[in-house]
Design a protein around this ligand. Structure first.
Ligand SMILES: Nc1ncnc2c1ncn2[C@@H]1O[C@H](COP(=O)(O)OP(=O)(O)OP(=O)(O)O)[C@@H](O)[C@H]1O
Ligand SMILES: [Mg+2]
Length: 340
C-alpha cells in the first residue's frame, strides 16, 4: 500500500533530472551533470553548477554527463548523482529509506534495467519501480490512456526520442531512436565547423539551437552571433548564424525522428491509427520545443501534432500521478522490474 514512507519519483534524463516528492510535488530539476576532481574522484558539484563547468574545466576537473543516448553510460557517476538527488529530496530527517519510481526509455535492455535498479539501491532506495518514459509522458500530458482507443506520444528528450502508441493502459507499439536534443546540438556544431571553419563547444551549440534553431524552412529568418575559435588561424572569431542555416544543419536528425514516427504508425493496428488521426499526436520533452518541429512533423505525416503543456515536465508529472493513484501504481509500472 501507499503508506507513510517517503515516495520519490525520478525522471533520470540524459540532459535533465527531475525529482518529485510525494506530498510536495516536483521539488527540483537539475542538469544531469556531475563535476569531479580528476585525481581524487571527489564530487565537486552536481547539477547546474556542474553544467556551468562543461567545456570550461582545467585538466584537474571533469564535468561528466553520466547518461548518454537515454541510457547509463557511466554507472559509477550515475549512482553518485542519484545519491545526491535522493538525499536532497528527502532532506536530513529520513526515518525510512524511500521508495523510488524511475523513468526509463522504452526498449532498453534487461541489463540496463538492472543497472538502474542497482544504482538506485546503492544510492539509498528501499524499493525501486520502473516506468517506461512514454507511458509516464502520456499520463503526465493528461492523455486518458486507460480507454480502449489509441494515443500516440513522441517524447523528444536530450538523448532519445521515445515514440509509443498506448491503449487500455498498455504500450501497443513503440520505438526509441537515439536522436534528440544532443544530436541537434552536434549537427549544429558540425555545420558551423564545416561551413564557417569555426570550432564551438557543446554548450554554445545548445544555446544557438535554443536561440535560432528551426526546422521549418519557411519560418522567418533570425540570426545569432556565435563566438568560437577559428579552425584555420586558431584565434577567436565571431560569425553570424541564421535560422536558415540551422534548418540545413538540423534536417538530418529531424528526418530520422520523422521516419521513426512513420515506422511506428506503419506498425499500428488500423483502429488505433484511426484514433490517432482524429486526436493527433502529443509531443513531450524539451526537444519538442525546437521551433517548427511540431509543424514539420505534422506536415510530413499528415496528422495534427500538439505540444504538451510544459513538455519537459510531462514524464515527472506522470511519475507523480502514478504514485498518487493506486490504480496506476498497480498497472503502469514495468512488470517484474522491482527491487526490494
Ligand atoms: N526552447 C528549446 N528549443 C529547442 N530545444 C530545447 C529547448 N528547450 C530545451 N531544449 C532541449 O531539450 C533537451 C532536454 O529535454 P529533456 O529535459 O526533455 O531531455 P531529457 O529528459 O533529459 O532526455 P532523455 O529523455 O532523452 O533522457 C535538451 O537537448 C535541450 O537543449
Ligand atoms: Mg526525458
Amino acid at each position: 500500500m501507499l503508506g507513510l514512507s517517503t515516495d520519490i519519483g525520478i525522471d533520470l534524463g540524459t540532459a535533465n533530472t527531475r525529482v518529485y516528492l510525494k506530498g510536495k510535488g516536483v521539488v527540483f530539476r537539475e542538469p544531469s551533470v556531475v563535476a569531479l576532481d580528476a585525481e581524487t574522484r571527489k564530487v565537486l558539484a552536481v547539477g547546474k553548477e556542474a553544467r556551468m563547468m562543461i567545456g570550461r574545466t582545467p585538466g584537474s576537473i571533469l564535468a561528466i554527463r553520466p547518461m548518454k543516448d537515454g541510457v547509463i553510460a557511466d554507472y559509477e557517476i550515475t549512482e553518485v548523482m542519484l545519491r545526491h538527488f535522493i538525499s536532497r529530496a528527502c532532506g536530513r530527517k529520513v526515518l525510512m529509506k524511500p521508495r523510488v519510481i524511475i523513468c526509463i526509455p522504452s526498449q532498453v535492455t534487461g541489463v540496463h534495467k538492472r543497472a538502474v535498479l542497482e544504482a538506485a539501491a546503492q544510492a539509498g532506495a528501499r524499493q525501486t519501480f520502473l516506468v517506461e518514459e512514454p507511458m509516464a509522458a502520456a499520463i503526465g500530458a493528461g492523455l486518458d490512456i486507460w480507454e480502449p482507443s489509441g494515443n500516440m506520444v513522441v517524447d523528444v528528450g536530450g538523448g532519445t526520442t521515445d515514440i509509443a502508441v498506448i491503449s487500455l493502459g498498455g504500450i501497443v507499439v513503440a520505438d526509441s531512436c537515439a536522436v534528440g536534443g544532443d544530436k541537434f546540438d552536434e549537427s549544429i556544431i558540425r555545420y558551423v565547423r564545416r561551413e564557417h571553419n569555426l570550432m564551438i563547444g557543446e554548450r554554445t551549440g545548445e544555446d544557438i539551437k535554443i536561440q535560432v534553431g528551426s526546422v521549418y524552412p519557411q519560418a522567418p529568418t533570425e540570426a545569432a552571433e556565435i563566438r568560437g575559435r577559428d579552425f584555420v588561424t586558431g584565434l577567436p572569431k565571431t560569425i553570424s548564424f541564421s535560422s536558415r542555416e540551422a534548418c540545413l544543419a538540423l534536417c538530418e536528425p529531424v528526418n530520422e525522428i520523422i521516419s521513426s514516427v512513420k515506422g511506428v504508425l506503419e506498425r499500428t493496428p488500423p483502429e488505433l491509427a484511426a484514433d490517432i488521426v482524429d486526436r493527433g499526436i502529443v509531443c513531450t520533452g524539451g526537444g519538442a520545443l525546437l521551433s517548427g518541429f511540431a509543424r514539420l512533423l505534422s506536415e510530413e505525416i499528415g496528422i495534427p501534432v500538439h505540444i504538451a503543456e510544459d513538455p519537459m515536465s510531462c514524464v515527472i508529472m506522470g511519475a507523480s500521478k502514478i504514485f498518487e493513484s493506486p490504480k496506476m501504481f498497480e498497472n503502469s509500472l514495468v512488470a517484474g522490474a522491482k527491487s526490494m
